[in-house]
Design a protein around this ligand. Structure first.
Ligand SMILES: Cc1cc2nc3c(=O)[nH]c(=O)nc-3n(C[C@H](O)[C@H](O)[C@H](O)COP(=O)(O)OP(=O)(O)OC[C@H]3O[C@@H](n4cnc5c(N)ncnc54)[C@H](O)[C@@H]3O)c2cc1C
Ligand code: FES
Length: 287
């Protein structure tokens, strides 16, 4: 039977209250929030929620946990301004409001190898905070690795102090058919056991079956143009096999306010995950 909380959780305008279970500092600016929901959100990897504090405001935050995480929702919050600043001051057991999940997201079925869709290689390129939404895609792939083909992760950060989820990335390395390159632009005098350089640099070395490869990108706006250029220069991967996870300013998350609009496209509804083939006539999207 449908309960009141069922209908409340499915109404995207009405927030639900979630209790903070833990907050972990990941770097100088980012904190990992683990919250307990009254019901699972049943999200797709790549979707986002609107996180709110009554009387203060709301902001868009990517879901970082696996779609199989049930009532536990993980998010990484970087202090940017008003709402994120107050969120970072909260403590265990405090309540926050959640609306969503919103946006397009990834269909894991398309990434599976055993579905006989021919996809043999998955290339995931994350820059900085871009790893946060892509983690919701990487975790289910790693947890059911035998259902997927080869996976190639290229993960870049500015400095070692900004590199996120390093111990979890270490556990992914033990998976079969999995290559991981972690890079920093600047070792910043700190010890660093990964590579040095930009995420564009290892791309030409990828050993992939280019016609049967899916590529996923998420990172700072400046990254997309150069990564796409490098991919196009080295491989013949169809545009519909390249996914770009974009971030735009958002208010409603529901295609009503227009804050996230790129020409005729509402990033909150049709995105934030787009196929590159959807963006080729939308020049502003990748600037
Ligand atoms: C789909 C999506 C997913 C996101 N995921 C995350 C996440 O996982 N973790 C995280 O920390 N942040 C994420 N963000 C960014 C986050 O929504 C903004 O940082 C937040 O809105 C800032 O709110 P605020 O009230 O703290 O800051 P405000 O006081 O509103 O603004 C602070 C400054 O940031 C600018 N700003 C606000 N939103 C954006 C934006 N989207 N892009 C560029 N500049 C912006 C404002 O113009 C202002 O200069 C995401 C944004 C989108 C659209
Ligand atoms: S955030 Fe309001 S229309 Fe997209």
């Amino acid at each position: 039977m449908k309960t009141l909380s069922d209908s409340v959780i499915k109404n995207s305008y009405i927030p639900i209250m979630a209790e903070i279970q833990s907050i972990e500092r990941l770097s100088k600016d980012e904190m990992l929030f683990r919250v307990h929901l009254p019901q699972p959100l049943n999200h797709h990897p790549g979707q986002f929620v609107m996180v709110g504090l009554p009387g203060i405001g709301e902001c868009a935050i990517s879901i970082s946990s696996s779609p199989e995480s049930g009532k536990i929702l993980e998010m990484v919050i970087r202090k940017a301004g008003n709402v994120t600043g107050v969120l970072q001051q909260l403590k265990k057991s405090d309540l926050i409001s959640i609306r969503g999940p919103f946006g397009s997201g990834f269909d894991l079925d398309e990434f599976r190898y055993k579905k006989d869709n021919g996809i043999k290689d998955i290339v995931i390129i994350a820059g900085g905070l871009g790893l946060v939404p892509l983690r919701s895609l990487i975790i289910p792939i790693m947890e059911h690795k035998s259902d997927y083909g080869r996976i190639h992760l290229i993960i870049g950060s500015k400095t070692p102090g900004e590199a996120l989820f390093r111990s979890q990335i270490q556990t992914w390395r033990s998976q079969p058919d999995c290559s991981i390159t972690e890079l920093v632009d600047d070792p910043d005098l700190q010890e660093w056991d990964g590579d040095i350089g930009l995420v564009t640099e290892p791309i030409h070395k990828l050993k992939i079956d280019e016609k049967n490869t899916l590529v996923v990108l998420c990172g700072p706006p400046v990254m997309y143009k150069f990564v796409l250029m490098e991919i196009k220069m080295n491989f013949n991967i169809p545009d519909e096999h390249i996914f770009v996870d974009l971030e735009r300013r958002m208010r409603c998350g529901l295609g009503k306010c227009g804050h996230c609009q790129i020409n005729h496209v509402y990033c909150c509804k049709e995105g934030p995950v787009f196929r590159y083939s959807q963006l080729t006539d939308l020049a502003e999207a990748l600037n």
